[in-house]
Design a protein. Structure first.
Length: 74
């Protein structure tokens, strides 16, 4: 399964750490991620609030599952 985690904080780091340990996870991305998350996932330069870019990335990379970490403030 190809997974995308959205966010760059401690919550997203914990999510990436746990997801990376799953045998079901073949490839893990995090947008935008941070230096600590980079140990667990491939960080991509897409802002957590840039919905259009996130959707385009998910389609291009054939993402199967998305985990959104940050709380919305819209």
């Amino acid at each position: 399964m190809r997974v995308l985690v959205v966010g760059s904080g401690g919550r997203e780091h914990a999510l990436c750490w746990k997801l990376a340990a799953s045998p079901l996870c073949d490839k893990l991305f995090c947008a935008p991620g941070n230096a600590g998350i980079a140990d667990e996932a491939e960080c991509v330069v897409v802002g957590a609030e840039d919905i259009d870019a996130l959707v385009a990335f998910a389609r291009r990379e054939k993402i199967d599952f998305v985990v959104v970490g940050p709380e919305g403030h819209w």
